[in-house]
Design a protein around this ligand. Structure first.
Ligand code: MN
Ligand code: MN
Length: 468
């Protein structure tokens, strides 16, 4: 089957719209590099667009009506947005789900040490990474430190052009004979992903007699002094911190023709952003529209902010109650009658590595929104396999709305595979299909997408919310 190449079909006005949406997304991607930063960005935009906090709805006993917009914030790392439809929620919702966590290095709880006058930070990587890709790159520190008294400091160092950057070193080629004998999985090991952050000592202190006394680990002490001065935090405050080490610098247009974007965290923000944008483009839908932006997908969707959490179910029950629908009886029907696009990135066909793909069932740049009937590994293990009936409905909706879409598998049958949040939504007995944007270099520090695919994703998500 031939699927059209979107760029060939676009008229001038559409190309302008593609580029404009891409610029908006590129800006978001440059600013939001952690799940917390994504939630605070989306929340502030949502509030501007008239969304109310579910907490206020509950506390003030506000009754919700069709067209009302509400968000539920789960610990600042996961966000559910709702637009109440004219149909009862019991009849089901149209849900866009995507994740906002991305592979990275996290600081360990006791990270700071000094070795040979170098101040270093211990890290523990998060998600599936090729460790050798994370060395010799400018890295930034993003995150929060929560002091014992509960006060919180937001940290972001390495993004302003005047900021310093950090990094993980690699061995010089001249001394790498033994290292290069190792398999790629072992060339850089997890415990070698230590970030260099300083090389200058604090000034020696003088005691009451005017005698200089040498400070032990003076370079580390200097780093701590700087942290105290800039953020008012102590070494012990690292115990209750979440600092993520991510590639430093903005997302960039990619290619001489500017048809692509290189950035950190396209997986899965290239689906999260168009999902969010689709919600802003929707007015009083028939079925309640939902956008669910979750955390912890890269480590199995576990924990209170991952898709396995009861958060979404509980928030939906509160929304139903506020709509005057008895959630205690009807929440299960609402979930089972729902339809979802589990939006996550697909592997784009890479001409440098054709052997891992079966070309007829691969995703290509510029061919639009990707639907995966199933993902999983080998014998479809761990996949959600969407019903043929549901796939047919998606085909109809996309074709009616003129959305360019393609279908794909994640590589050749026996080569590998991966999962998404689709099966977890499927556990509610709702209809779910995987869909998303094709990504090159997936899980590398700098990933690439096509602007056309990003644009078609938003178009497809809007069509889904309106017509599913
Ligand atoms: Mn993903
Ligand atoms: Mn991923």
């Amino acid at each position: 089957m031939e699927r059209p190449f979107a760029w060939k079909k676009y008229q001038k006005a559409e190309i302008e719209a593609v580029m404009a949406f891409a610029a908006e997304y590129r800006d978001f991607l440059s600013r939001c590099k952690t799940e917390r930063e994504c939630v605070s960005f989306f929340k502030s935009q949502a509030i501007k667009a008239g969304y109310r906090d579910l907490r206020d709805v509950i506390a003030q006993g506000i009754a919700l009506h069709p067209g009302d917009r509400v968000f539920a914030d789960n610990r600042g790392k996961c966000l559910a947005m709702y637009i109440i439809g004219t149909d009862p929620i019991e009849h089901g919702m149209n849900i866009l789900g995507a994740h906002i966590d991305s592979p990275r290095l996290d600081l360990k709880q006791d990270p700071l040490y000094e070795d040979t006058e170098m101040a270093m930070l211990n890290t523990h990587y998060y998600g599936g990474i090729k460790k050798y890709q994370w060395v010799t790159l400018p890295l930034a520190l993003h995150g929060v430190v929560v002091r014992k008294d509960g006060s919180r400091v937001d940290v972001c160092i390495g993004e302003d052009p005047d900021d310093p950057v950090f990094g993980v070193s690699d061995l010089l080629i001249h001394l790498s004979h033994e290292q290069l004998e190792k398999t790629a999985a072992k060339v850089i090991e997890g415990e070698a992903l230590n970030v260099l952050i300083g090389n200058r000592p604090v000034a020696d202190e003088t005691d009451e007699n005017g005698e200089k006394k040498e400070t032990k680990d003076a370079v580390k002490a200097n780093v701590l002094a700087l942290l105290r001065e800039k953020y008012n935090i102590d070494e012990e405050d690292f115990l209750s911190a979440e600092i993520e080490v991510v590639p430093a610098g903005p997302a960039r247009d990619y290619g001489l023709d500017r048809s692509m974007i290189m950035g950190y965290g396209h997986d899965d923000r290239s689906c999260a952003y168009p999902s969010f944008a689709a919600m802003l483009a929707i007015d009083a839908p028939r079925r309640t529209s939902v956008c669910l932006l979750t955390d912890k997908e890269e480590v199995g969707s576990i924990g209170s902010t991952g898709m396995h959490s009861r958060f979404f179910e509980n928030a939906t029950a509160e929304i139903m109650d506020a709509c005057g629908e008895d959630a205690s009886r009807k929440i299960r029907r609402a979930l089972a009658n729902s339809k979802a696009l589990s939006s996550d990135v697909s592997a784009a066909f890479d001409p440098n590595y054709p052997s891992v793909m079966e070309k007829q069932n691969a995703a290509f740049f510029g061919h639009g929104l990707v639907f995966n009937k199933y993902t999983g590994a080998r014998g479809k293990s761990g996949s959600n396999d969407a019903d043929a009936e549901y796939v047919a409905e998606m085909r109809r909706i996309m074709d009616d709305a003129g959305v360019f879409f393609q279908t794909a598998e994640l590589g050749k049958v026996d080569v590998g595979g991966g999962g998404t949040i689709a099966y977890i939504l499927g556990n509610y007995n709702m209809q779910v299909i995987d869909s998303g944007v094709a990504v090159l270099n997936m899980h590398a520090p700098w990933e690439i997408i096509s602007k056309a695919d990003l644009y078609e994703a938003r178009k497809g998500y809007i069509a889904f919310l309106k017509n599913a």
